[in-house]
Ligand binder design. Structure first.
Ligand code: CTP
Length: 451
């Protein structure tokens, strides 16, 4: 009996897939089809797969060509599959020519001619309208956003707005996008808006963008008052629009894995979380000179609160801030201590004091440790009472990591709301409430959050 194996994602199953499977089956008597997992596709940079693994398996099954379906979970699996299943022929489309020649050491390799003018990528783009994104604000993060958005198919950075027109013009020239002096024209030219302006302007811009019928991805902290966050989410819901708070950590695969393991019971019940993020900043920068909205906590607090809120929830019974201030009175180091019924947590941020910047999650059976930069999670360890037992996990974090939140934002716009669990609306609202309490205790509330 001649056994043939072939692999693919088989997203939005199309004629090219059908013809490939048919010819692969004809090469022998028994066809094994390897189908990629979502996680593996993510790892190899295929960020926009639409169909779930189950749907893709079902579609391959329906052709009747596959005698056996297996799951491809990692690179390097093909060699062991060929041996494990005693495969004679490895077949793949001609778009891969040359790339699997190394498999000739284990079986015969056949490249089958690819069907012209069809691909999952093409279908994904046809099915969905390209979302035109406009950027508000032209700071460092906006500069990172544009190249990251280019890596997500289905979005196009279209335009920029900044009340300082000269900055907007420079930004537009650099990235070859449109620039508008008036917000009305700017909103008219886009479907969705990415807000990367100073913190205190977020609320106003989010509201304005929603009222113009645009989906919004807003940099953290989205709001500095609980009531504002509630109002913005209600406004988005009422209009059927997507509103996303852009805390990049929440959407990156490593952090998702970390949360999954923390919740799995491997370290028992979680009792203590200590999240720290420090970044020494130039004293002349806005972050350390804006006496109303600057300082370490408004700048970095969202990152440190994220694992706390995700793992302990939003119902804290006590919240206290310990602060070290710089000469101008602004917090350069802040420790927020929270008490929950299940445990306690600290969220520590520094812009003028350097600390180790790690994330520790301690439970009744063990603890998880992630060194800096844990907010771009790539590696973490699980430790137990026995110091010799350590489980190690790694995951990719590509580029600046904004591509993950852009992908999820796009998926939500396109009707899949499965990404909401990564950062729930209730979590964003709770974080805005904590920001509000912080500004209040700092005596900055007197200036008023809502402007
Ligand atoms: N294939 C083919 N003809 C096409 C498209 C795909 O023969 N027009 C083959 C591929 O070469 C591969 C298998 O089908 O052997 C599964 O390919 P997959 O990557 O799932 O499909 P694509 O349409 O190429 O997907 P994408 O656009 O996401 O890369």
């Amino acid at each position: 009996m001649t056994k043939v194996i072939t692999y693919g994602t088989y997203d939005l199953f199309h004629e090219g897939h059908y013809r490939l499977l048919k010819r692969a089956k004809e090469l022998g008597d028994y066809l094994i089809v390897g189908i990629t997992t979502e996680k593996y596709d993510l790892e190899r940079g295929k960020l926009n797969v639409v169909d779930s693994l189950i749907t893709r398996v079902e579609n391959v099954k329906k052709t009747g060509f596959a005698d056996e379906i297996i799951i491809e979970e990692a690179s390097g699996q093909k060699v062991s599959d060929v041996q494990k299943y005693h495969v004679d022929i490895f077949a793949i489309g001609s778009d891969w020519i040359g790339q699997f020649d190394y498999m000739n050491d284990y079986c015969k390799v056949v490249y089958l001619e690819r069907t012209k003018n069809i691909s999952s990528t093409m279908l994904r783009e046809q099915n969905k309208k390209i979302q035109k994104i406009g950027i508000i604000g032209t700071g460092r993060i906006a500069d990172r956003f544009v190249p990251e958005a280019k890596l997500v198919s289905g979005v196009n950075t279209q335009a920029v707005y900044n009340p300082h027109f000269e900055s907007a013009k420079r930004f537009a020239e650099k990235w070859e996008i449109e620039v508008y002096k008036e917000t009305e024209e700017f909103y008219e030219s886009v479907d969705a808006v990415y807000i990367a302006s100073p913190h205190q302007t977020h609320y106003g811009y989010v509201k304005d963008a929603l009222e113009h019928g645009k989906h919004v991805l807003c940099e953290k902290p989205m709001a500095l008052k609980r009531e504002e966050a509630e109002e913005l989410f209600a406004c988005a819901k009422e209009r059927g629009l997507v509103l996303f708070e852009g805390i990049k950590t929440a959407y990156c695969p490593g952090f998702e894995k970390l949360i999954g393991i923390a919740c799995s019971g491997m370290i028992g019940s979680i009792r203590y979380i200590d999240a720290c993020f420090t970044k020494l900043e130039d004293e002349t920068k806005r972050e350390l000179t804006d006496l109303r909205y600057g300082g370490s906590f408004t700048e970095l607090g969202s990152y440190c609160l994220l694992p706390v809120i995700k793992l302990f929830g939003t119902d804290y019974s006590d919240l206290r801030f310990d602060v070290i201030r710089g000469e101008n009175g602004l917090d350069i180091f802040t420790k927020a201590s929270l008490t929950f019924s299940r445990g306690i947590a600290t969220a520590t941020c520094g812009l003028g004091v350097k600390s180790e910047g790690r994330l520790l999650i301690a439970g009744t059976k063990g603890y998880i440790i992630v060194e800096a930069p844990w907010w771009k999670t790539t590696y973490f360890e699980v430790h137990y009472e026995n110091p010799g037992q350590v489980d190690k996990y790694s995951e990719r974090f590509l580029g600046e990591g904004l591509r993950y939140e852009i992908r999820d934002f796009l998926n939500m716009i396109n009707g899949s709301d499965k990404s909401e669990f990564k950062l729930k609306r209730s979590s964003s609202i709770a974080m805005a409430g904590i920001m509000e309490k912080f500004l209040e205790t700092e005596g900055r509330y007197a200036f008023g959050g809502k402007e």
